[in-house]
Every structure is written in C-alpha cells, then in structure tokens.
Write a protein of this length. Structure first.
Ligand code: KG4
Ligand code: ZN
Length: 341
C-alpha cells in the first residue's frame, strides 16, 4: 500500500504545503509574503496573519496539483519548530485539525532536520542519487548555521554551529548596511556576479572546534564602510558589486574552511549543503570544486528546495511514518526547538 504524506510548513514567512507519495514529490506549493519587504525584515504579527489567510488555499492547491483527493492522504506532517510562535501555531493547528477530521496520523517535524532531508526527495521517473550514510551536511539558513553528521534519516548530530549570527543573517545584515532590501542574500549573490571578489579584504574569525562566528565580520564591514564614506559619500553605490563579491567571498570562505576541517577530522567525504544560503552560487561552486580537489561526493539541493518549503516537511514525515513516529493531539509548537528532539 502506498503512503501519501501531506506536509505543512509555516515556521517563518512562507506558507507551504506539499504532497509526497512513497518518497516521490507530487506537489510543493509556496506562498511568499511580500508584506515584510517594506519593513526590512519579517514582522511576526504580520507573518501569522498572512499564514491564516494562505493556509487553506495553499493546501487545496497542493492537493489539486498532486492529482489526489483528501481521502488518499495517509498522514499529515507539520513544522513544530524552531520558528516564530505565531507562524508555527497556524500550521500546527491546521495539521491537528486535518488529522482529527480525517482520522490519520499527525507527525511533528523539526524544521532544521527537514532542510537536510530534501536530499532524499525523489522526482518521478528520475533515478535517485542519494548521499550515503554517514555524511556531513552544512546547514546554512537565515536563522541557523550548523555542521551536521547525518548517520541516518532520523539520526543526526550537530558537530559545530554558529556562536552568534547565522550565515544568512550575515548576508542580510550586511546587505541592510549597504541599503539593499530584505532579504539581501539573493541580491548580494546577484550583484557579486559583476564584482571583483579580491577588491576588498575582510577579517575571518578564529573560532575553536567546528563552530562559526559572523558577528565580527558584520561589525568590521560596518566600520569599514563608515570610514570609506567619510572620504566618498557615494562609496557604496560606486563599489556595490565589488563590495558584494568581496563580502560573499569572505562568508563562503568561512563556511568552506570549516567544512574541509570537519571532513579531514572525520574522514567523511560524502558532503551535502542545505538551507536558504545553499542557493548561493559562490558557495555551490566552491563546494562542488572540492569534488575534484579533495575527492568528495558533493550533493547540492535543487534551488527550489533550499529556502523554506513543505516538500522537506513531507519527506521527513514519510520517514517518520515508516518508523511509526507519530504525535498526539496535545502537541504544541516550540519556537526554540532543539536539534536533538
Ligand atoms: O532556510 P531559509 O529559507 O529560512 C530560514 O529557515 O532561515 O533561509 C533564508 C536565508 C536568508 O537569510 C536569505 O538571505 C538567504 O537564506 N539566501 C541567500 C541566497 N538565497 C537565500 N543567501 C545568499 N545567497 C543566496 N543566493
Ligand atoms: Zn528554513
């Protein structure tokens, strides 16, 4: 009997629903919330209101696009955390109601682990190329930056993480300093294509073990620009592409250096990227390059699976279904959901 999981993602500012049958993707609908753009970041109250409006139409569309009826859904999985409490509540409440109404299992999912499991989503009629366990995943998003040892679909261990800002936050905060609208990461990526990555040098932090730090880079970037603008008020506009390319090179360098260190120490050469920043073209190129230079096998997620999406929640739900890891109706969202739960 085939297993069809409906996944729901509502942890931040994207409302998403996806359908996966036996690990094969059938639909993945994402409604972005433009309302935050003018505020330069996500406004939690506005995010939860938008989720309320989006959730039903997004789910209906996901089911229609999958070509199934609600009766064919075997289980519903949802993001329990981490994320914004008001946003999580919308997805959690919807999933509980759906599970109750249809009398099917309810499955909680950790958003961070789900980002990693996109590597196990199958496409119809395509021979899958999955990473072999154990592998290392560099999980880089707007809220988290972690090096994860993935021992099995549901067995993961954090080997290193950021001690302050996440990599995506570093992109977004430095973009804001340059007057680039939120989220600045994708725009820095775009402007960098016409810039010289060696035009400016910014300091790389020295952090113990496999941990990361990005707040020092942000501060030195701010002071650097402050000084330069004293001499030339148009410094940012006149050097935007070079500034973006140099900043991007520094952030990617910090990430890749640590990835190499962890691979050397563990002896693991099976390496994957995940999370919103995994869409960054320089990071993808730098890690892919290590296939030849270091004999790694590198797994880059499809761009559509890098930023927040419900396909990752559905695939995690599928693997939890196989192990009968179900949740009860008294479950509540966790804004600060630990990776180890
Ligand atoms: O995983 P995600 O969608 O949301 C969180 O769970 O945080 O990641 C969003 C982050 C934002 O910081 C955004 O600027 C960054 O991913 N991002 C990028 C790129 N695309 C998205 N950063 C650099 N280059 C990109 N191409
Ligand atoms: Zn995310």
């Amino acid at each position: 009997m085939s297993i069809t999981v409906l996944g729901i993602e509502s942890s931040c500012d994207d409302t998403s629903a996806a359908v996966i049958t036996d690990g094969v993707i059938r639909s993945n609908i994402i409604a972005n919330q433009d309302v935050h753009r003018k505020y330069g970041g996500v406004v939690p109250e506005l995010a939860s209101r938008a989720h309320q409006q989006n959730i039903v139409p997004v789910v209906e569309l996901a089911i229609r696009e999958a070509g199934i009826s609600k009766k064919e859904v075997s289980a519903i999985s949802f993001t329990r955390g981490p994320g914004l409490m008001g946003s999580l509540l919308v997805g959690t409440s919807f999933a509980k109601g759906f599970a109750l109404a249809r009398n099917i299992p309810l499955i909680e999912v950790n958003h961070l682990k789900a980002h990693i499991l996109v590597h196990f989503i199958r496409e119809k009629d395509v021979e899958p190329q999955f990473p072999v366990f154990p592998f290392i995943c560099l999980l880089v998003s707007g809220g988290h930056t972690q090096l994860v040892l993935v021992k099995d679909h549901l067995d993961m261990e954090v080997l290193g993480q950021t001690i302050d800002d996440a990599a995506g936050e570093a992109f977004d905060k430095c973009a804001k300093i340059m007057g680039i609208p939120y989220p600045g990461g994708p725009l820095i990526d775009r402007y960098s294509k016409d810039g010289d990555p060696l035009a400016f040098r910014f300091p790389e932090p020295s952090v113990a073990g496999f941990d990361f730090s990005f707040s020092g880079l942000k501060t030195s970037f701010l002071y650097f620009l402050r000084e330069k603008r004293k001499e030339d008020s148009g410094f940012i506009e006149n050097n935007l592409n070079d500034l973006c390319a140099s900043l991007q090179k520094t952030i990617v360098g910090i990430l890749v250096d640590n990835l190499i260190r962890v691979s050397k120490q563990t002896g693991i050469t099976e390496v994957a990227l995940a999370g919103g920043v995994a869409a960054n073209s320089a990071l993808r190129l730098a890690v892919k390059d290590l296939e030849d230079r270091r004999g790694w096998r590198v797994f880059l997620p499809k761009p559509a699976y890098t930023t927040d999406n419900a396909a990752m929640i559905a695939i995690t739900g599928y693997y939890k279904y196989l192990k009968s890891e179900f949740s009860s109706q008294d479950i509540v969202p966790e804004a600060r959901f630990s990776f180890n739960t």
